[in-house]
Ligand binder design. Structure first.
Ligand code: NAG
Ligand code: NAG
Ligand code: NAG
Length: 480
């Protein structure tokens, strides 16, 4: 009978009823409001959590794939998973550590920790990058001429080019107006190191079957070594010390593109005037950890132009103890185990494919490397996680890392490299073969990429990461 009592008691206080009713209604309304705000907040957060959970699951599965790949291909290397992004690569306990660090009085360690998410993001981004220094980059980058250009020129009297003329004088010879090479330009590329292990196999024909071959410094290419290293010559990455011998090495190979991976130098400029080859300046990143060798630069260049990167002559398999060269006596190298572990990781992330005498029996079997679909899924998951953890929430687009924008006026074509400073030899050069290549003659994949990227070229800004990019927009109309 309580309801009845209640109603009668209400009846007794009839005059106060409206006020109480309003108060009750207001309280109910207010708590409903608070509740609905809270619950919508929670379902929002819950949604983000679910996406993150899903991404972590995708990455964990991917880690298992990488672990399996390392077990199958790593010659004793094993992967130990820490979490969805981090893992440790370990060499077997009985590995002989031959490299001694004089400074810290220790042998190199037998295990290396890697962040797979970061590594995947870095190297997949490379597939969209421009890695040759251009005029449009220097024009677009803040203080590109004043601060950055002088860093790439040895023997410049000043640290800064407040007036860009002296910098231009040094760089003109090797500075194209816009990128001479394009992402996806080649299907398969061979990157050939200089290791002596090349003499143990006959990879020559296989190397020559690639769409482009990238070689290093003074590597000789001739009949004597043909069956080991092939004869095809498309790109050669050089440091400035190699300038002296280049005229002889390039004799008979007028189309081979020379790419300077160090600073440029007066010796270089003098040499360039004596050759007809196209010459450019490389703009890569500084990898502090991971592989230190100069071979990494060739891989960076290759990834910025090629779908598939096959590497030869890098002695990156665990088990090698010596640094050798196929054409001369050995030189002492840097810490080998760290690089070896890193290369194995890169193979298991689908970045490179390693060829060596140790693998010659199963060289064409890549079934234990994670598939392209798995890599794309893992990359997307790593990108979402990174963007939601950082302060760039929501910006998942292909230009999410563009910090600085440049626009190229389609009407001003700009000079091809070298034109203001033409030696007699270079007047007959093929250096503009790439620079004036018509868009229509590019490989379809490269054209599709260009269109999908809305004609934007991506360049790195600084440091060893690709988080901040300089992005230069070209008019699609002028090209298509
Ligand atoms: C280039 O090679 C040709 C023959 O192959 C030779 O006659 C010439 O002297 C060489 N030039 C240089 C600069 O080595
Ligand atoms: C370039 O050629 C000139 C004339 O043939 C020669 O005197 C000079 O030493 C050459 N320079 C280099 C760097 O090869
Ligand atoms: C790379 O280019 C492709 C188009 O070919 C695009 O879909 C993708 O978002 C780009 N990725 C990055 C990280 O820029």
């Amino acid at each position: 009978m309580r309801p009845h009592n209640k109603s009668s008691s209400n009846h007794n206080h009839q005059t106060r009823r409206p006020t109480v009713l309003y108060l009750v209604l207001a309280a109910v309304f207010f708590s409903l409001l608070v509740f609905s705000i809270q619950s919508s907040f929670f379902t929002g957060a819950r949604k983000v959590d679910l996406i993150a959970e899903n991404d972590i699951r995708i990455l964990s599965e991917f880690q298992s794939g990488v672990q399996q790949c390392v077990a199958n291909r790593g010659f004793g290397l094993t992967a130990h998973i820490i979490d969805h992004c981090n893992l440790i690569l370990k060499f077997p306990e009985d590995t002989k550590s031959t490299w001694y660090n004089e400074q810290f009085k220790v042998y190199e360690p037998l295990q290396y920790k890697y962040n797979v998410c970061e590594t995947l993001l870095l190297w997949e981004q490379y597939r969209n990058m421009t890695t040759v220094l251009t005029r449009e980059y220097l024009d677009s980058r803040p203080k590109g001429w004043e601060d950055y250009a002088p860093q790439r020129i040895a023997q410049l009297e000043t640290k800064k080019c407040y007036n860009k003329t002296p910098c231009e004088e040094h760089l003109n010879l090797i500075l194209p107006a816009k990128p001479p090479f394009h992402p996806r330009q080649f299907h398969k590329c061979a990157v050939v190191g200089n290791s002596g292990d090349l003499l143990k196999t006959e990879f020559g024909e296989e190397i020559d079957s690639h769409d482009a071959v990238i070689r290093d410094n003074e590597a000789p290419v001739n009949e004597k070594y043909a069956k080991h290293v092939g004869l095809k010559r498309d790109f050669r990455l050089v440091v400035r010390g190699a300038a002296r011998n280049m005229v002889k090495i390039l004799n008979g190979s007028a189309d081979e593109v020379l790419i300077i991976k160090s600073v440029t130098h007066r010796d270089f400029n003098a040499m360039i005037k004596n050759i007809t080859n196209p010459v450019y300046l490389f703009q890569g990143i500084v990898l502090r950890r991971g592989a230190k060798g100069t071979g990494m630069k060739s891989i960076e260049l290759a990834l910025s132009m090629c779908d598939i990167v096959d590497i030869y002559g890098f002695t990156v398999d665990p088990g090698y103890t010596e640094w050798t060269r196929y054409f001369s006596t050995p030189r002492k190298g840097h810490n080998p185990l760290q690089g070896r572990a890193y290369y194995q990781l890169l193979e298991c992330l689908g970045v490179i494919r390693i060829h060596s005498p140790m693998r010659s029996k199963r060289k064409q079997d890549w079934s234990d490397v994670p598939s392209q679909e798995m890599i794309i899924r893992a990359h997307a998951a790593a990108l979402r996680l990174k963007r939601t953890q950082g302060d760039q929430v929501g910006d998942l687009g292909q230009f999410g890392s563009c910090k600085v924008w440049g626009n190229v006026d389609p009407d001003t074509k700009g000079p091809v490299s070298g034109s203001p400073d033409m030696s007699d030899v270079r007047k007959f050069s093929n250096y503009n073969k790439w620079e004036v290549m018509p868009f229509g003659s590019l490989r379809k994949e490269a054209r599709d990429h260009f269109i999908q990227m809305e004609g934007v070229s991506l360049y790195k800004m600084d440091g060893n990461k690709l988080d901040d990019l300089v992005c230069v927009r070209h008019s699609l109309k002028s090209e298509v």
